[in-house]
Design a protein around this ligand. Structure first.
Ligand code: ATR
Length: 273
């Protein structure tokens, strides 16, 4: 491949968060820019002074941002417009510089629902979502908008209740598994993440009832939950799929071009070798 160097017309994109050193987004987005022949570069910015960073985006003319922990909620009042779904989720993971205005969007729900739709039909289904953090919020709103009836089970039931309110879901603590009617199971907790990779977020004996099991944990790629689910005959979706598809949606919002998905996936897998 011909070598490429930035020049005076190179567009700048980036991720803001704290910390950001482990982000897989620069690998995916730079691969996407190279594969699509876009004269752009994507950098990681470790940001603690959010207001200053947003002024900088405007002043320097960055074309777009990914936003990660801890800025996804705090950035909302600093932007000029917020996409309605991101507003309902209460979190922005994507900023689009429209010239005079910075617009906030959320592609986490798009990544999650697309990952599921590649594997199963969603409309009319019932889903059990474990966990009630920021990821669960985006996933539950996305599922509800796709016509899925959601039940949220969380260690702290009050947090499940708060998400249930915005997406007409039912909720509970981590119990009463026999009574929960669902064919899709989604783990949004860190349970099963290395080094605790033998842990399961739900009892293994409930797995055979699910058509599809998705885990947002991607380290290890095959979590204990996904391994047990496959043994129980469920279709499984690993955590890298949602990560990839939320980045695909970001690329398309920024560039209005179809994303080079295969190149992005290759780069994402390359970060793990
Ligand atoms: P994110 O924003 O990535 O979704 P988060 O906000 O830290 O992450 O949310 C993590 C979720 O996993 C929370 O719902 C948390 O439960 P609490 O609300 O009770 O804190 C859940 N979680 C974390 N560790 C857990 C564990 N060991 N067992 C069960 N649930 C756990």
């Amino acid at each position: 491949m011909a070598s490429w160097l930035p020049d005076t017309s190179t567009s700048l994109y980036g991720i803001i968060g704290h910390p950001v050193s482990h982000s897989l987004s620069p690998a995916m987005h730079n691969a996407a820019f190279r594969a699509s022949g876009t004269n752009a570069i994507y950098l990681a910015f470790d940001v603690t002074y959010l207001k200053g960073a947003i002024s900088g985006v405007k002043a320097l003319g960055l074309k777009g941002l990914s936003v990660t922990i801890p800025h996804k909620e705090a950035i909302i009042p600093l932007l000029d417009e917020i996409d309605p779904v991101a507003g309902r989720i209460g979190a922005v993971n994507t900023v689009i510089n429209k010239g005079e205005r910075l617009a906030g969007a959320n592609t986490d729900w798009i990544g999650a629902t697309k990952a599921l739709e590649e594997t199963i039909e969603l409309a009319g289904k019932k889903a059990l979502v474990i966990g009630a953090g920021g990821s669960a919020r985006a996933i539950c709103v996305g599922l509800a908008d796709k016509g899925v009836k959601v039940h949220i089970a969380n260690r702290t039931p009050e947090k499940a209740r708060r998400i249930a309110e915005i997406c007409d879901a039912t909720w509970s603590g981590l119990e009463g598994w026999e009574d929960i009617d669902a064919s899709i199971l989604i783990n949004t907790t860190p349970v099963g993440m290395a080094p605790n990779d033998k842990e399961l977020p739900v009892p293994a004996n409930i797995l055979p009832r699910f058509e599809c099991v998705m885990d947002i944990v991607y380290s290890p790629l095959e979590t204990a939950l996904l391994r047990e689910a496959a043994k129980a005959g469920c279709r499984t979706i690993n955590g890298l799929r949602m990560l990839l598809l939320q980045a695909v949606a970001q690329f398309e919002l920024w560039t209005w071009q179809p994303a080079p998905v295969a190149a992005m996936e290759k780069a994402l897998r390359g970060t793990r070798t």
